[in-house]
Design a protein around this ligand. Structure first.
Ligand SMILES: CC(C)(COP(=O)(O)OP(=O)(O)OC[C@H]1O[C@@H](n2cnc3c(N)ncnc32)[C@H](O)[C@@H]1OP(=O)(O)O)[C@@H](O)C(=O)NCCC(=O)NCCS
Length: 217
């Protein structure tokens, strides 16, 4: 007998009772691989045996692809534009983080100070318009160990290969600056990866560790 994701303990209790009263040989549950849901089942005597993954294909959408994305290091003259692009490029995935950092204006003023004075700001341009950027911090974790602060593309230019071009340019820049390794801490949702993680895995990154963000109100 198979139980499809009842996550409340009352529903789960009724289901187990129903299965027992029908003398089911065994009971299989199928829940999101998220610890709190799993714990509900463990407490009722279920043991994890294997995982399933859901994979989907969008068969009707054929996004535009640009092979003409130009990438280059940003200089002081791009600072204001870069500030706008970064905040726009963070949305909507990082809205919570923008608020945590004190709001968009706070972040923009940091970009304006940093672009052109610190190395590692890489811009992506389509028809000379800045549409995305990536941030590499050489030697941030020690000699030759860079921190990668991520790739960001403004929403209407996503899924057109701009992110991929930024990753190529970032890796090239890492080599040029004699970096042996780079690391990023990025976002994943509870039961699936965000586009950024997928882009990073596609460009050769490997998952080293996973963390869980917790919140209490
Ligand atoms: C992550 C991001 C930079 C990707 O940029 P992009 O220009 O859309 O990326 P590309 O078109 O080059 O796509 C490259 C790969 O990224 C992944 N990807 C991009 N968008 C995706 C989406 N909506 N869902 C799932 N995977 C996605 C895919 O693996 C894709 O490869 P594929 O097209 O061969 O499947 C963009 O979604 C973004 O700006 N997100 C918000 C900012 C962010 O969270 N950045 C990470 C911060 S650490």
């Amino acid at each position: 007998m198979r139980v499809e994701s009842p996550t409340s303990s009352e529903t789960r209790r009724k289901t187990v009772h129903y299965a027992e009263s029908n003398h089911a040989e065994y009971l299989t549950a199928f829940v999101p691989a998220v610890q709190p849901y799993v714990d509900v089942y463990k407490s009722a005597g279920f043991k994890p045996v294997r995982r399933s993954i859901r994979i989907s294909w969008e068969l009707t959408e054929q996004p535009a692809r640009h092979d003409d994305v130009q990438t280059k290091e940003l200089s002081k003259e791009h600072a204001n534009e870069a500030a706008e692009v970064w905040v726009e490029g963070l949305r909507p995935y990082w809205d919570w983080w923008i608020e945590e950092q004190g709001g968009p204006e706070e972040l923009k003023s940091w970009v304006k100070e940093s672009v052109g004075t610190e190395p590692g700001w890489i811009g992506a341009f389509l028809d000379e318009k800045l549409v995305g950027l990536a941030i590499l911090r050489p030697d941030a974790y020690g000699p030759g160990e860079a921190r990668f602060n991520g790739a960001y593309v403004i929403p209407r230019f996503r899924e057109q290969r701009v992110g991929s071009a930024l990753m190529k340019a970032t890796i090239r820049e890492g080599h040029r600056l004699n970096q042996k390794k780079m690391k990023v801490y990025t976002l994943a949702f509870l039961d699936y990866l965000a586009p950024g993680s997928l882009l990073y895995l596609k460009s050769g990154g490997k998952i080293e560790a996973e963390y869980l963000q917790l919140q209490r109100k």
